[in-house]
Design a protein around this ligand. Structure first.
Ligand code: GDP
Length: 331
């Protein structure tokens, strides 16, 4: 993670993989709201594209979209430039294709990156699993996991750890995987999880997520397990809130469809309530709770205000520490 001159933590994520593995599609779907079907018409990338996601998203990172084969030995790429300040490297493997070349490329990329920067988190996206049954998903994951890990051990890199995620842009798995990748890069995560646990206990909330609104990546959730359906419900809620705000809420002098007054309440016919509140410019809290428990909305709202204040303090503390560190570095 590199520090910007203002002292903000900017985790950098690299997105790599063979050509046509789906890198541009992932980037467009997660960060630019492109619908999965539109990615069919994306032009193939043949140069490094640096996508700085800075302005609208809390998750401040940079995606380097590489064209397939990079020959690290005689290429003009400087590994320190590529891997130096990088927090995580996502390697995308197209599982619908013959992936033996991809596995070779994964091996050479990971070892090269590790030699340059041993702090990088390695994340393998076993991608395009839409249309796969549960069995074949597991089968592919086992296969890829085994081959990739064995080849690293054989080459004497048993200290390198790879994490695997089954992903597709046609469902929420890509958002879920990105959430996990990003969470590993947020140093405040334990504090955030703790705050969410406290909020849940005191407000009889069943599940709560802290969302980056633009990307629908959740940067933290409480300590109960995540089930995909709840996560999808919350994602859909954000879409609804933003869409309705865009249509009816945005005045000409305003840019954002999301501000400090943003909040929303959706009652489902199974006795569940979804409740969304703005936390800061980038983040929203989305909670799932039983309708009976929502009768004490006053308490929930009060607890939420305490929660929001605590979140601000967690981030301010971090920024101050970073600024001090930065000054020490400069000195
Ligand atoms: P890149 O060269 O790695 O940037 O690959 P692209 O993003 O251009 O994707 C190549 C093709 O894969 C496109 O036609 C996409 O529509 C398709 N694709 C990307 N992600 C998925 C996925 O999750 N499932 C399926 N079935 N196709 C995908």
């Amino acid at each position: 993670n590199s520090l910007s001159p203002t002292g903000e933590q900017k985790p950098r994520i690299l997105l790599m993989g063979l050509r046509r593995s789906g890198k541009s599609s992932i980037q467009k779907v997660v960060f630019h709201k492109m619908s999965p079907n539109e990615t069919l018409f994306l032009e193939s990338t043949n140069k490094i594209v640096k996508d700085n996601i800075n302005n609208s998203s809390f998750v401040q990172f940079q995606i380097w979209d590489f064209p397939g084969q990079i020959d690290f030995v005689d290429s003009a790429f400087d590994p320190h430039m590529i891997f130096g300040g990088c927090g995580a490297l996502i390697f995308v493997i197209d599982v619908q294709d013959d992936y033996s070349d991809a596995l070779l490329q994964l091996h050479s990329t990971v070892t090269q990156a590790y030699k340059t920067n041993s702090n990088i988190k390695f994340e393998v996206f076993i991608h395009k699993v839409d249309g796969f049954g549960d069995d074949s998903k597991m089968e592919s994951q086992r296969n890829i996991h085994q081959t990739a890990t064995e080849s690293l051990i054989d080459a004497g890199y048993d200290q390198i750890h790879l994490s695997f995620h089954l992903t597709s842009i046609y469902d929420h798995s890509i958002f879920e995987a990105f959430s996990k990748v990003v969470q590993k890069l947020i140093p405040q995560l334990p504090a955030l999880e703790n705050l969410l646990d406290i909020l849940n206990t005191n407000s009889a909330i069943e599940k709560s997520f802290l969302f980056d609104v633009v990307s629908k990546i959740y940067i933290a959730t409480d300590s109960t397990p995540v089930d995909m359906q709840s996560y999808e419900l919350c994602c859909d809620m954000i879409d609804v809130v933003i869409d309705v705000s865009y249509i009816y809420g945005v005045r000409e002098d305003q840019e954002a469809a999301f501000d400090e007054k943003s909040s929303s309440l959706i009652k489902l016919n199974n006795g569940t309530v979804l409740y969304l509140r703005e936390v800061n410019k980038f983040l929203a809290l989305v909670c799932i709770l039983r309708e009976d428990n929502f009768e004490h909305k006053g308490i929930i709202d009060y607890n939420f205000l305490c929660f929001r204040k605590a979140i601000q303090q967690v981030f301010e503390l971090r920024n101050k520490t970073n600024q001090m560190l930065n000054m020490c570095n400069v000195a």
